[in-house]
Design a binder for this molecule. Structure first.
Ligand SMILES: [Fe+2]
Length: 264
């Protein structure tokens, strides 16, 4: 990291860039953000800043820390400790680390930063921010007994005819992503207070105005170690371990938010 206590000179920037092993063209290429989002991904890099260091931006502090797993890693049924710990400690933690680096680099951009560098950093920021959010929601809705009840059961029945019919939709969406990558998300759309089942081919395709209620990671790192290419078996194991009390908590919170918005 640069020393932000004094102005960064062009020489400082070029030395830092050289020591990182990066090239200006390489650091800015959009593929930087695509190659392993959420995993041990290529690190966002920066253009050499010019002029004085800008004031600190609280929105770009780059100080996020990974949350711990909210359950004992040995507690899941049919999902191994080795796989869930690897997922948490490698893929999720790397997303948080890379989000911090993207924010730190974005905090240094100015009017002289090449637009393609800014574009690459913004793509990285969005990828890693959503990866962080979705991974935290994913781990947070595991560790339960898989028995669906309460308000979410009623809401799913009203939205899909039966909650079993909704589960067919959710599972089929997961199957559609098997062998590829992405997320399946049950969300509450805030504008309409309606349940939506969404497909996301990567971290950046989430429904724009919605809060996630149930999140299933369909990146291969979520199941390959235990299930190989048998993604449907992973989906079975996912449903056995869903923490529906947490989903009900999220539903109540989302409905409250939607109610506030609709009252305006
Ligand atoms: Fe993941």
């Amino acid at each position: 990291m640069s020393d932000n206590s004094r102005p960064v000179t062009r020489r400082d920037a070029l030395v830092a860039l050289a020591s990182s092993g990066a090239t200006l063209a390489g650091c800015a290429h959009p593929a930087l953000a695509k190659s392993a989002p959420g995993a041990a991904s290529p690190s966002p890099s920066a253009a050499p800043p010019t002029g004085p260091t800008p004031p600190a931006a609280p929105a770009l502090a780059g100080a996020h820390t990974p949350l711990p797993l909210p359950f004992k890693p040995t507690a899941l049924n049919g999902i191994s400790e080795k796989m869930i710990v690897s997922h948490h400690d490698n893929n999720y933690a790397s997303a948080v680390k890379n989000l911090n680096r993207a924010e730190q680099e974005l905090a240094r951009i100015d009017a002289n930063t090449p637009p393609f560098v800014v574009a690459g950093l913004r793509q990285s920021e969005l990828t890693f921010r959503n990866s962080k959010t979705l991974h935290e929601a994913y781990f947070g809705n595991l560790g339960g007994d898989g028995k669906r009840s309460g308000a979410i059961e009623k809401a799913l029945s009203e939205a899909y005819g039966t909650s079993s019919r909704w589960e067919e939709h959710f599972r089929a969406t997961g199957a559609g992503l098997g062998g590829g990558s992405g997320w399946v998300i049950l969300a509450l759309e805030l504008d309409t207070a309606s349940l939506r089942t969404c497909w996301s081919g990567n971290h950046t395709q989430a429904l724009a105005s919605a809060l996630p209620l149930l999140v299933m990671d369909m990146y291969e790192h979520a199941y390959q170690m235990d299930f190989g290419a048998a993604a449907p078996k992973y989906v079975d194991a996912f449903f056995v371990n869903v923490h529906w009390d947490e989903v009900n908590r999220r539903l109540a919170r989302a409905l409250s938010a939607a109610s506030v918005l609709q009252a305006r």
